[in-house]
Design a protein around this ligand. Sequence first.
Ligand SMILES: *[C@@H]1O[C@H](CO)[C@@H](O)[C@H](O)[C@H]1NC(C)=O
Length: 353
Amino acid sequence: MIPVLICALVSLSVAETNLDILYPELEHSRTIYVTENGPKFNVMAEQAKVVTRRGGNVTLPCLIQREQQLPPSRKMRIKWTKLTSDYLKEVDVFVAMGYHKRSYGTFQGRVQLQGTSPMDASLVMTDVTLDDYGRYKCEVIDGLEDDTVVVSLELEGVVFPYFPRLGRYNLNFYDAERACQDQDAVVASFDQLYEAWRGGMDWCNAGWLSDGSVQYPITTPREPCGGRNTVPGIRNYGLRDKDKSHYDVFCFTSFHKGKFYYLIQSSKLTYDEAVRACQKDGAQIAKVGQMFAAWKLNKYDRCDAGWLADASVRYPIYHPRRRCSPTEAAVRFNGFPDKKHKLYGVYCYKENN
Ligand SMILES: *[C@@H]1O[C@H](CO)[C@@H](O)[C@H](O)[C@H]1NC(C)=O
């Protein structure tokens, strides 16, 4: 019995080997078979992100790849949407089907297809705003086929922590949105705060971010800021109640087209006098975001404390020096002084027309 069994096993393995020799391409041809029955087209982006600045123009790449033998389809629909920062919704940006094209909301008149070929679904966006920052989805629908690709639009700019005259930890999420807007900025995203932290930002007060979370960046761990024996990083309080929770906020702003300047005056001013002095100069009292943008992006440097629109007093130091900002480049903050009795200079902002 035993020799017969061994014999059977041997012949079995010989048979398997023969099969391999006879059909060496079996595995390979199976792979090809799957590809042939896969999608007839797909979309791709040469870059996963594009970077511009406020006021700039940008192209969000999206290329359609189809089987060669298929003619371009007239019914092909191209749809661009923007994902909200909490990823819960999509906002319509642009739709094209044949000759019919439509753009939506704040994108009207600012977006169009690049259209270098029938296969080019890239979107050209002009006069980019702070609100345009985020992720965009290119979706192409052709009959039953459907494919998407996501592209990030990033902005060069600056993140700054902010709280209003009302005091610390006084803003719910919606107040925070308004507070940044009032200072020519938007609520920063986590990615923007992360970049700022990598650039050395250290701030021991928790602030809202655009996804509804509350966080703060620490580069030098210490006891009141999450503990002395912790690693540097972004401390995260998680998602907070947008109505009932109150914190500061991290704002983000980018380049502006106007002129930011210190108004030379023969004497120091109260807040109301400062507002009027800028108006008399054909300008407006500058906003906090405009000072941060001038400082960080245009290296604006001036060792004179001046009023800003929110009735805070600050001055931008790009080159650290004694008596101004000895150890670091920073926008120095003198708080929110008495508007009627304290006297300072003023920073103005003039739109270029
Ligand atoms: C953006 O494009 C518009 C229209 O094509 C053009 O007029 C403008 O100069 C461009 N802006 C920049 C910053 O390149």
